[in-house]
Design a protein. Structure first.
Lengths: 372, 561
């Protein structure tokens, strides 16, 4: 059992790393706060109180969780298949645009149907926008990283153009008209901002969780892990890459539509304060699986909501939340190095002989015990 | 499960370490041994080397002496710890215990740089050359020029390379681009690279694995020229014949331990084989001659195949390789039901492309591929597999398996979409597990658990997983591409037995192998491929190295049949 135990240990160590990194990030964050003349303990207490201290605080934190969670899932799906979609922010904006177009056009439906149409439009717009890098990758071998990063600017500037012109509502500010009330996501708890997007986010998490247990998920994952093995086994590479990016972009678009239908009820330039970018960190920290992303998204929402409270009480800029996020990421990356540090020798396969050694096939086969 | 059990086989089979070969000449490792003309002091001596990877012991208390002017064969199965031992010597691994003496002085080798400074160089199995640089540039890289200059002055280096090349019979053009050289030539570059650094000890890791018989001969004569000039050579191999042919002394490793050191002249293949394997073989070893083969049932190929239906027909196929160079030129070939057709050839002559056009992984430019009466040209890999192809790919680590996946996941890689392994939407975990258990039992895969990532399994077990998957599907044709490469003798034997079984049940087998011995041993008919063409097809009974060898090198004149 020694081997399994050791493997087990490595596995759990891997799972502890994000928490350890979080702790260290708070430690270093505390030093920064101290240097700024603030008692770190007090500051952190305010973060907790401001994000979890009352029903309203919790509701606000959950509202933030919704966006971070869906966006995090979007990126996580792509990352799991080794597609580096850094364009969630742009896809999110396009999704919001799609939602808006339906939300201001569809009248007189049952609210549920109307909302669902808005969300579907968001998914469709996000997915279509993410197919641009996917097709370029499949057809021309262009790196999806560069294309997705750059398309963020395209999307944001395009939305900005629309808001200053074609879809601008009457008035001075670059806002779109409001969507019809029946297209809004209903509020779940009265006198809070918590909306039914929470259910959508939960469904998204369940979807991603079960995606990896499904036939199609297995194919997508296999193609991501090892193209040559997947091709050899008869999987379609092109189809898989397109589907993966469409799911990823669709979820990012859904984030935008949920923000639109649940929070703003109209399209504005800053509808997402960079959720699509934070999502990258969330996906990485959440180890690309649904449960992990849920936990990290909530944790980041606490940070965001708490740092707003900290700003109100102590005058520490909200940017401190970003500093903490960045610190967590840095420490996780360092932690990653530590989890991998004893692997290189195993991975190094400059020749077969070594592989064999590591593979415990030492001694004549006849005398090796059989396992279960 | 017990603690040691299956994981520490080396510990549980200690009894062999006490094994002393029958030959009276075998010295104990600690005794000094005078070799030929040299003095008593070994150039190199490794004492009590123990090297461990996590829970696996790769070397245990190994003693190894090397004398000036000897070619010392280091013999052992894959996984016996040969390469590990030499990697310790070359500074790639740090041993847990033990000391190394070079010319009587205790040394601490922390990196290859230290090793080279001590006059030790290693030529790896896979060469470490920059393909788009010239021979000279590859050789001088890392060597400090004598004077300080900004620009490379290669003239002196070239002169010295030519000198070395002449002295040891290593024919090479210093100005040639390495990427254009054959494998044999690249190996010469590697050897000259070592000689250029004024070394005393040269380690060669499986140097013949990619060479033609002719190149092999040339290598051996070079080696003897080198030892005459005072160098010492360590020659890692698992091929008995080579040891007998080339070495002066042999150390045999098994399960990470030295099981004997003998003078080559005073031993036989049989004895070495027994030392190496620790038991008498019951099947094929991949070596044609030698009494160690108690003989596999080479069931008469007449039985199934005589004049029987064709299962694979390749007609006038042209295809490009990945660099858009013509790889297959008008290649035609047939495989019948119930026969093993072996493709002999030097690496890179179109073998990979041939396997790929049959499996649908590569498009043909023109020509036709027919499997069991159906034209499969242009069909997708999935369609071809469903029509009845089992394919054991060349590279099991990167193509045959997904190393991050469990055994069960790897086993459904080709059938994830079909019942009973999955339903309408989801994979059937239960059925996957049952199937994995079945294959693990039937194919004797040794693994601590079914859920473990396969990357932690040995090469032999990985190949068994691939075999289990491929042979468990409905198939009419098997492509086996280097199916025993890197496997130890026992595992190779197992693979061959499976192929025989398939052949006997009426399946056609297309065996592509770089190991000519394997081809000769296993095939019913042998085709030789060179530069994308089939140079000739022989019946096993009429084929031998003398006929095939020249064809593999492209010499047609005398041998067209």
């Amino acid at each position: 059992m020694t081997t399994t135990l050791i493997l087990g240990k490595r596995l759990s160590f891997k799972h502890i790393v994000p928490f350890l990194s979080g702790g260290l990030a708070f430690l270093v964050g505390g030093i920064i706060l101290y240097a700024a003349g603030v008692d770190p303990l007090e500051a952190y207490a305010i973060i907790i109180k401001g994000s979890l201290g009352s029903t309203r605080a919790i509701a606000d934190t959950l509202v933030k969780t919704i966006s971070l969670l869906i966006a995090g899932l979007a990126v996580a799906v792509a990352f799991k298949c080794k597609l580096w979609n850094i364009g969630a922010e742009g896809q999110l904006y396009m999704g919001a645009l799609g939602g808006l177009l339906v939300g201001i056009a569809v009248v007189g439906m049952i609210p549920v149907v109307s909302v669902i149409l808005v969300l579907i439009a968001g998914i469709a717009f996000g997915a279509m926008f993410s197919l641009v890098p996917a097709v370029l990758k499949v057809k021309l071998g262009v790196s999806e990283i560069i294309v997705t990063v750059l398309l963020n600017f395209v999307a944001l500037l395009f939305i900005s153009y629309l808001l200053h012109g074609p879809i601008k509502a009457p008035g001075f500010l670059p806002y779109s008209p409001d969507i019809f009330p029946e297209s809004e996501l209903p509020i779940l708890i009265e006198r809070t901002r918590l909306h039914a997007g929470l259910i959508v986010a939960a469904l998204a998490a369940i979807f991603v969780h079960f995606l990896w247990k499904s036939k199609i998920g297995f194919e997508l994952k296999s193609v991501g892990m090892n193209i040559s093995a997947a091709r050899y086994a008869g999987m379609s590479i092109t189809k898989s890459i397109l589907i993966t990016m469409a799911i990823s972009g669709g979820l990012a678009g859904l984030t935008g539509a949920v923000l639109l239908a649940g929070v703003q009820h109209r399209l504005i330039e800053g509808i997402s304060p960079g959720y699509g970018f934070i999502a990258v960190i969330i996906a990485l920290l959440g180890r690309e699986n649904a449960l992990g992303v849920c936990l990290v998204a909530f944790f980041f929402a606490v940070l965001l909501a708490g740092s707003e409270a900290m700003y109100r009480t102590l005058g520490i800029p909200v940017a401190f939340a970003q500093t903490l996020q960045a610190l967590v990421l840095v420490f996780v990356l360092i932690g990653e190095v530590f989890t991998r540090i004893h692997l290189p020798k195993r991975i190094k396969r400059s020749d077969e002989d070594k592989t064999e050694n590591h593979g415990k096939q030492i001694g004549p086969p006849a005398e090796r015990g059989k396992v279960e | 499960m017990s603690d040691a059990g299956p994981f520490f086989p080396a510990n549980s089979t200690d009894d062999h370490s006490a094994y002393t070969p029958t030959s009276p000449s075998v010295p104990k490792p600690s005794e000094s041994l005078s070799v030929g003309t040299q003095g008593d002091q070994p150039v190199l001596s490794m004492n009590g080397i123990t090297c461990r990877f996590k829970d696996v012991i790769a070397n245990k208390d190994v003693h190894f002496d090397l004398f000036r002017g000897e070619i010392h064969g280091l013999l052992g199965e894959n996984g016996a710890g040969k390469t590990t031992l030499m990697s310790v010597l070359y500074g790639l691994y740090k041993p847990e215990a033990g000391e190394i003496f070079v010319k009587g002085k205790r040394v601490d080798i922390k990196s290859p740089l230290d090793a080279i400074a001590l006059g030790i160089a290693m030529v790896h199995q896979h060469f470490l050359l920059t393909p788009n640089h010239t021979v000279t540039e590859n050789i001088i890289v890392g060597v400090k020029p004598r004077e300080r200059t900004i620009f490379l002055r290669t003239a002196d280096a070239e002169k010295r390379i030519l000198e070395l090349s002449k002295r040891y019979g290593l024919k090479i053009d210093p100005k040639a681009i390495v990427g254009n050289l054959s494998v044999g030539e690249q190996q010469r570059v590697e050897i000259i690279k070592a000689l250029y650094r004024d070394i005393d000890i040269l380690i060669l890791d499986e140097p013949t694995s990619m060479l033609t018989p002719v190149e092999e001969k040339a290598l051996f004569s070079t080696l003897s020229a080198m030892v005459k000039a005072g160098l010492s050579i360590i020659f890692i191999t698992h091929k008995l014949q080579e040891v007998i042919e080339a070495s002066t002394r042999v150390t045999v490793l098994r399960g990470g331990k030295v099981v004997g050191t003998v003078m080559t002249a005073q031993t036989t293949e049989t004895e070495l084989a027994r030392l190496m394997i620790g038991r008498t073989l019951t099947g094929s070893t991949g070596h044609q001659q030698g009494e160690i083969h108690v003989g596999i049932e080479k069931s008469p190929n007449a039985k199934a195949s005589a004049g029987h239906a064709t299962v694979l027909e390749i007609k006038n196929v042209f295809a490009l390789n990945n660099s858009a160079v013509q790889a297959l030129k008008d290649l035609s070939l047939t495989v019948s039901k119930g026969e093993i057709l072996g493709i002999a050839g030097v690496d890179g002559n179109g073998q990979s492309e041939m396997a790929e056009i049959v499996s649908g992984l590569r498009k043909v430019q023109s020509g036709q591929v027919v499997i069991d009466g159906r034209d499969i040209t242009g069909m997708s890999p999935k369609q071809i597999r469903e029509w009845g192809l089992a394919y054991i790919p060349e590279d099991r680590l990167n193509t045959g398996l997904i190393l991050e996946y469990s055994i069960a996941e790897n086993l459904i890689l080709d059938r994830w979409y079909s019942r009973p392994y999955s339903g309408k939407i989801f994979l059937n975990k239960h059925e996957m597990k049952r199937f994995a258990e079945e294959i693990v039992t039937n194919f004797d895969v040794r693994t601590p658990s079914l859920d473990i990532q396969v990357r932690y399994l040995s090469g032999g077990n990985l190949q068994k997983i691939v075999l289990g998957r491929e042979l468990s599907r409905e198939h009419k044709l098997i492509i086996a591409h280097n199916p025993t490469r890197g496997l130890d003798v026992g595992a190779a034997e197992y693979v061959h037995k499976q192929l025989f079984k398939q052949r006997d049940s009426g399946v056609g087998v297309l065996l592509l192998s770089l190991d000519l011995d394997e081809i000769l041993l296993v095939s019913d008919r042998i085709a030789v491929i060179y530069a994308g063409r089939i140079m000739g097809v022989f019946d096993r009974t009429t084929a031998d190295v003398d006929k095939i060898g020249p064809l593999m090198g492209g010499y047609v004149a005398e041998a067209t049949n």
